[in-house]
Design a protein around this ligand. Structure first.
Ligand SMILES: Nc1ncnc2c1ncn2[C@@H]1O[C@H](COP(=O)(O)OP(=O)(O)OP(=O)(O)O)[C@@H](O)[C@H]1O
Length: 651
């Protein structure tokens, strides 16, 4: 069992475990992440704590004020009342002891102590009433504070740029900040307990100072080792959590893959279950070893602190005996002193514990605050230039874009025009940049250089809410919302009141109507097997909902990224006809697809290769270009359909 404090930076990083290496390609315990918290770690000293605590407590009180000011006032009044009651209680106890130890018959002494006894009983009743008022107020306040903090967390997470959501560092922050809301909740309880401790300690300290000035420093001496121990344990726990946070997320991910619908088939047929379970076990065992290390460390620290506390208590009682023997203290006063020392050291120990808990929780609340600041920095900006509601032309002008952390641009100097009311097809091999182009058009990313102009207005300077409102999306990995069939369509425009006519139109358009007719509760059917009464749809059926949703949104620009990949041939043909029909009604359609037969009617086809625009024109123009990339791709696909049937002989 090691007790000495060794800074993390001095420890040799352990190598990646086999599971970390195999599944995640390296170590998931980051010392670099820890350095972000180094300051918080160093400040976890008595001085740092005393300096930072008021502002941290202030932040929680502001949160509580926003959550439920009535409950906060109740708690405050009850706590202050209890503090006063405790001080009065100690003073009255002193009076009772003095009356009982005074000269005279037992009856006379009891009679003299009686008024103080009545006051003591009244104070005890009052204290109990105030304590229950505080408990009720705290109980009301805590969940509300957690809710307000969680809302802040989720709100910020939902409003950051897509690039932040794809950034591992931001995810780390999201991870550590997720504890912030529960910590804010616990901070309320810890604040109340600490306040309680301060009053109780002040009462005991006041009484002790009056009895003899030397008793107060002795009381502090008793509390010192415990404070040191508690601080050390909590900073080690916090450090460990920060270091292991990504490892813990990976462990949870493996666990969830074993229960998730999407992985269920491979987990069974490919036998991935035991494989994942094995890695889950090794990952868990590694974090268990860390827990054990922490527990050993804590036990050692507490034992050491307890020994020091014992020595300090001995010194205190020896000093008390000295005062008695030298006649500097009366016997009755010594009785009160023992009582006050016991009360005082107990309340000081509780105070240290609660202040420490407060501080530890505050570190996580500080992580939440850090996330909020970072999310605000990376938030999608509000305001900007107005965009035309029905743009006549969207132009990509020398657009270059590289994903963060990548060396090769996903789009390289692309210039192209998207005229209003046209069907514009984007084709090219895997990884050629089609989806990236669509995401830039949708305003999810901005070009690193060049611009995307909507009737001459640079979309990077435009009001992003307006930009988003002009776009409807059916992406390759469109969301299968685990909600009702109705919501899966109307979520295309969640802010607007649902109109049944539009809903029906969108369902008819996409072919989702026939799927809905077959559902047990029609539009009210829950499309999530994991809930009671929920049903699961096929991939193609889901896709019809994705298309219906985009149709329901009724935006001037519709981006369809592989919209028909899961549809049967008949449904695919119908859908493409309908998509072309949309353009006839003035909607601009951007079609990303590998099915070149479906783009032959597009007004213009752009062919991308390694992020560059290599060809463009109509289907006929591109086919007539000898040695052209489009011609090559088209002929390859056509050949597959024209080839004579291949006979299959089982081996
Ligand atoms: N979120 C991302 N972060 C980093 N790189 C990305 C990201 N998305 C795509 N890329 C990379 O950008 C390049 C272009 O990808 P994109 O998805 O635009 O291609 P695509 O033409 O749509 O491909 P596919 O036909 O396979 O869907 C690829 O090299 C890909 O690895």
């Amino acid at each position: 069992m090691r007790i000495g404090i060794r800074r993390r930076s001095e420890q040799k990083p352990e190598p990646a475990s086999e599971s970390e290496e195999l599944l995640f390609g390296g170590r998931l315990r980051y010392d670099t992440g820890w350095s972000q918290h180094e300051k918080a770690f160093l400040d976890l000293s008595l001085v740092g704590m005393a300096r930072k605590l008021p502002s941290l407590v202030g932040g929680t009180i502001r949160l509580a004020w926003r959550a439920d000011r009535g409950a906060l006032i109740t708690v405050g009044v009850c706590e202050i009342g209890q503090g006063i009651a405790q001080a009065v209680g100690l003073v009255v106890t002193n009076r009772i002891l003095q009356a009982l130890f005074a000269a005279g018959s037992t009856e006379e002494r009891l009679r003299a102590a009686l008024p103080s006894l009545v006051v003591a009983a009244t104070v005890a009743v009052l204290n109990a009433v105030l304590a229950s008022g505080s408990t009720a107020g705290t109980g009301r306040l805590e969940p509300k504070v957690e809710r307000v903090a969680t809302e802040q967390y989720l709100d910020r997470a939902a409003r950051v740029e897509l690039s932040a959501i794809e950034d591992a560092q931001f995810h780390r922050l999201l991870d550590s900040a997720q504890f912030g809301s529960q910590s804010a909740r616990r901070m309320i309880g810890a604040c109340v307990a600490a306040l309680n401790g301060i009053f109780a300690f002040a009462a005991a300290a006041g009484v002790l100072t009056v009895l003899h000035p030397v008793l107060l420093p002795l009381l502090a001496l008793i509390a010192l080792p415990r404070s040191w121990g508690a601080l050390r344990v909590s900073r080690r726990r916090y450090a460990s959590l920060q270091m292991w946070i990504e490892h813990a997320r990976a462990g949870r991910l493996i666990g969830s893959l074993l229960t998730e619908n999407s992985a269920a088939q491979e987990v069974r047929v490919h036998g991935v279950g035991p494989f994942l379970l094995g890695h889950f076990r090794t990952m868990s065992e590694a974090s268990e070893a860390e827990q054990t290390r922490l527990a050993d460390d804590k036990a050692g620290t507490e034992l050491f602190a307890a020994a020091l506390t014992g020595a300090a208590s001995l010194a205190t009682y020896a000093a008390l005996a000295g005062l008695l023997l030298t006649g500097r203290m009366q016997f009755a006063v010594a009785g009160t002193a023992v009582f006050a020392i016991r009360t005082g050291s107990a309340s000081l120990a509780a105070l240290v514990m609660h202040v420490n808990q407060l501080y530890e929780e505050a570190l996580f609340v500080a992580d939440l605050e850090k996330l909020i600041a970072e999310a605000d920095r990376r938030a999608i900006p509000t305001g900007g230039l107005d965009l035309p509601s029905q743009p006549k032309e969207i132009r990509f002008e020398n657009v270059t874009f590289t994903y963060p952390g990548r060396d090769i641009p996903a789009l390289d100097d692309v210039t192209l025009s998207i005229p209003a009311g046209a069907v514009v097809a984007l084709v090219g091999e895997n990884g050629s940049g089609k989806s990236t182009l669509a995401k830039l058009l949708a305003g999810l990313y901005h070009p690193d250089s060049g611009r995307i102009a909507w009737d001459g207005i640079d979309s990077a300077a435009a009001d992003r809410d307006q930009l988003f409102s002009r776009i409807a999306l059916v992406t390759q990995d469109f969301q299968r919302w685990p909600f009702t069939a109705r919501t899966n369509i109307t979520v295309g425009q969640p802010g607007a009141p649902t109109t049944n006519g539009r809903l029906q139109q969108a369902a008819d358009y996409s072919g989702a109507d026939s799927v809905i007719d077959a559902l047990p509760n029609g539009l009210r059917t829950l499309l999530a097997r994991q809930f009671q009464g929920g049903v699961e749809l096929s991939g193609g059926q889901w896709q019809r909902f994705g298309i219906a949703r985009a149709r329901y949104r009724a935006a001037p620009v519709l981006i369809c990224d592989e919209p028909t990949s899961a549809l049967d041939p008949r449904a695919e043909l119908e859908t493409f006809d309908k998509i072309r029909g949309l353009a006839a009604h003035g909607q601009t359609v951007i079609l990303v697809t590998h099915r070149l037969s479906s783009v032959r009617d597009a007004d213009v086809i752009y062919v991308l290769h390694h992020g560059r625009l290599v060809e463009h024109g109509s289907h006929e123009e591109l086919l007539a270009r000898p040695g052209g990339r489009y011609q090559e791709l088209f002929q390859m696909q056509a050949a597959r359909y024209q080839a004579s049937p291949v006979s299959y002989e089982p081996q």
